[in-house]
Design a protein around this ligand. Structure first.
Ligand code: APR
Length: 272
C-alpha cells in the first residue's frame, strides 16, 4: 500500500485541478451508517417507502411512527457526528491548493464542518429546509433541526395533528421540507459537478459504491476528459477498474496519509 500511497501523493502534488467525489463511506468513519453495506440504511428501511416523495406521503397517513423512526435514526446519527480524519484531510488538500472542490453525495454537512469551502452537494443537505411553494431555503443548526423534528412528530401522530405541527416557510408560510434529493427527484448542482469533472486533471473517488446515477457518471466523465482517477475504498467497487490507482483502505486512514505525503511534497517543492 505504501508505494500506492506514494504514487497517489505524487499525482495529487503535481495536479493543478484536482477534485474529490465522496460518498457515504467517508462519513462512515463519523458513525453514520452507509446505505448498501451489510446492516446499511437500505437493509433496514425500504427506499421506496422512506426515500421517495410518494412513499413518504403515504407513510405520513398510514405509518407516521415508522417515518418518525427512520427520520430519528438517520438524523440522530448525523446530529451526533463530527468530521473525521478523512474530511479533515480533504480540507487540508484544499488549503494547500491541491483540491479545487469536493463533489459529495452526502447530506450531512461534515465536509463543510471540517473546513472544505467548495462543496458541491448533489443530494442536498439535511441542515437546510426548503419551501415547497416559494423554494426559500433556511439553514438550520443541528439542534434546531432536532427540535423541529421532535415538535412535528413528538405528539399525537394523527395526520392533521402532524401537519399542524410541521414547520412553515419563514417567508411565505407554506410547508417546508428537508432539502435532500429523494429518489426520482432531480439532483442539485449537476451542471457544476459535470463542469468540475470535465475540467479536472485528477479525481479522488472516495467511499462510494458508484451505484446511483447520475452522480456515478462523474468519474467516467473525468477519465474520458483525460483526468487521472484515484479510488479509495476498503472494497472493490465499480470504479476500481477505471484504470487509475485503487487504494484498498478506509478513507480516514488513506486520506490522512495521502494529505501528509502531499503536504511534504508541496512544501519541499517550495511552492505551497
Ligand atoms: N472508507 C471508505 N469507504 C468505505 C468505508 C470507509 N470506512 N466504509 C464503507 N465504504 C464504502 C463501501 O465499500 C461502499 O463502496 O462506501 C461505499 C458506500 O456505498 P453506499 O452505501 O452505496 O453509499 P453511496 O455510494 O454514497 O450511495 C450513493 O445512494 O441511496 C443513495 O442518496 C444516497 O447519496 C447516496 C447514494
Amino acid at each position: 500500500m505504501d508505494h500506492l500511497l506514494d504514487k497517489a501523493a505524487d499525482w495529487i502534488a503535481e495536479s493543478r485541478r484536482a477534485v474529490a467525489f465522496s460518498g457515504a463511506g467517508v462519513s462512515a468513519e463519523s458513525g453514520i451508517a452507509t446505505f448498501r453495506d451489510p446492516g446499511g440504511v437500505w437493509e433496514r428501511f425500504d427506499p421506496a417507502e422512506v426515500g421517495t416523495a410518494a412513499g413518504i406521503a403515504s407513510l405520513l397517513r398510514s405509518g407516521p411512527a415508522r417515518l418518525y423512526g427512520f427520520l430519528r435514526e438517520v438524523l440522530d446519527s448525523v446530529l451526533r457526528a463530527e468530521p473525521n480524519g478523512g474530511h479533515r484531510a480533504l480540507a487540508a488538500l484544499e488549503e494547500i491548493r491541491r483540491l479545487q472542490a469536493v463533489i459529495t453525495q452526502n447530506v450531512d454537512d461534515l465536509h463543510q464542518s471540517a473546513g472544505s469551502s467548495k462543496v458541491v452537494e448533489l443530494h442536498g443537505n439535511v441542515l437546510r429546509l426548503r419551501c415547497i411553494e416559494c423554494g426559500h431555503g433556511e439553514k438550520l443548526d443541528r439542534h434546531s433541526l432536532a427540535a423541529r423534528l421532535e415538535r412535528a412528530f413528538g405528539g399525537d401522530l394523527g395526520l392533521k395533528a402532524i401537519l399542524d405541527r410541521l414547520p412553515r416557510c419563514e417567508r411565505c408560510g407554506e410547508f417546508v421540507r428537508l432539502d435532500v434529493v429523494l429518489f426520482g427527484e432531480s439532483v442539485q448542482d449537476l451542471d457544476h459537478a459535470y463542469d468540475l469533472a470535465e475540467s479536472a486533471d485528477l479525481m479522488l473517488v472516495v467511499g462510494t459504491s458508484g451505484t446511483v446515477y447520475p452522480a456515478a457518471e462523474l468519474p467516467e466523465v473525468c477519465r474520458q476528459a483525460g483526468g487521472r482517477i484515484i479510488v479509495v475504498n476498503p472494497s472493490e467497487n465499480n470504479f476500481a477498474r477505471l484504470g487509475g490507482l485503487f487504494l484498498q483502505e478506509r478513507s480516514g486512514i488513506a486520506l490522512a496519509s495521502l494529505a501528509k505525503r502531499v503536504e511534504a511534497r508541496v512544501s519541499s517543492e517550495g511552492h505551497a
